[in-house]
Design a protein around this ligand. Structure first.
Ligand SMILES: [Zn+2]
Length: 311
């Protein structure tokens, strides 16, 4: 793929004006009839319109080095863990007949390794959700989230599907367990917001992410976007891949206009925007909704819960 191909980013043009619309169903009912278009209404905190999510699966010991790399650059990761395998070494059979030996972090190291990162679910035993019953899916999600919550004292509200395996039915089941966002492995190669937070297709696997750092930095947009990179820290044992990741992190870090955010925090914010009530005159942020940010002139302003803001 040619990263400089303008179609990559031009796809974010009109479509992402529509995607927030689709997400913000309450708002769009009014917007379709009157008022300003949604791309000029919302921003991320601080007036930003770009966000970076870094999502890593399985909880191998290689997460230690990766989380440290993120920490060095002030980046935020979302780490999706199989609580049933923590502290173990396990062989994973490969299609070619070989086995890959995976060494998992111990439960008592989670709060240290992921001190500045989100801990999320990935199924207790990494079962393929398309190959098990509804009851087993619910069990995989419920027991994983509960175990991780018990081990860390943190709430768990995000998930990555084992093997990326999901569909609309599975997404609904997962959503019924208190999970607010869940990621597949179907790369979109664009930076549009997800249409469905529970079937969140990422931008790109980390093996191909390096060119996206400069392209995303160069992107000028008034629309909300997200560069979503995913992978496995155990793949980064390859020195070339690790070097690329180091380079990607160095390039994408410390940008004033990028929100470095976990999947869960971004999902929370997008769900808050969905609750906003938009009229011809302005916007009301309902009581109990938490802060949202709206564009005002060349800048942006925060709208606290219960507050009304003019455009
Ligand atoms: Zn996995």
């Amino acid at each position: 793929m040619n990263i400089n191909d303008t179609t990559l980013w031009s796809r974010t043009g009109f479509r992402s004006l529509v995607v927030p619309c689709a997400l913000l169903c309450a708002a769009t009912a009014v917007l379709s009839a009157c008022g300003p278009s949604p791309e000029h209404i919302f921003t991320y905190p601080g007036g930003k319109t770009k966000a970076l999510v870094l999502s890593y699966d399985d909880g191998p010991i290689e997460d230690i080095r990766l989380a440290q790399l993120f920490d060095q650059h002030g980046l935020v990761g979302t780490f999706n863990l199989n609580s049933g395998y923590l502290g173990q070494t396990r062989a994973w059979p490969q299609p070619d007949g070989d086995s890959v030996y995976q060494q998992y972090l111990s439960a008592d190291s989670l709060l240290t390794v992921y001190a500045r990162h989100e801990i999320a679910a990935h199924g207790t035993y990494h079962k393929n959700f398309k190959e098990i019953s509804n009851a087993e899916i619910l069990e995989e999600v419920k027991t994983d989230a509960a175990a991780l919550e018990r081990m860390t004292g943190r709430g768990v509200r995000s998930l990555a599907y084992p093997f990326g395996s999901s569909n609309a039915h599975i997404a609904k089941l997962v959503g019924s367990q208190g999970i607010t966002s869940a990621r597949t492995v179907s790369d979109t190669r664009n930076v549009n917001l997800p249409k469905n937070l529970l079937l969140w297709h990422p931008t790109i696997h980390d093996s191909k992410c390096l060119p996206y750092a400069e392209s995303y930095k160069a992107l000028q947009t008034h629309e909300l976007t997200v560069l979503y990179v995913w992978g496995h820290a155990w793949e980064l044992k390859d020195p070339v891949r690790w070097k690329n990741m180091q380079q990607f992190c160095a390039q994408i870090a410390q940008q004033d206009n990028i929100w470095y955010v976990s999947q869960g925090e971004l999902a929370d914010y997008l769900l808050r925007l969905k609750n906003a009530e938009i009229t011809k005159q302005g916007m009301r942020n309902p009581e109990g909704n938490g802060n949202i940010w709206i564009r005002q002139g060349e800048g942006a302003r925060v709208l606290e819960a219960g507050e009304f803001g003019n455009f």
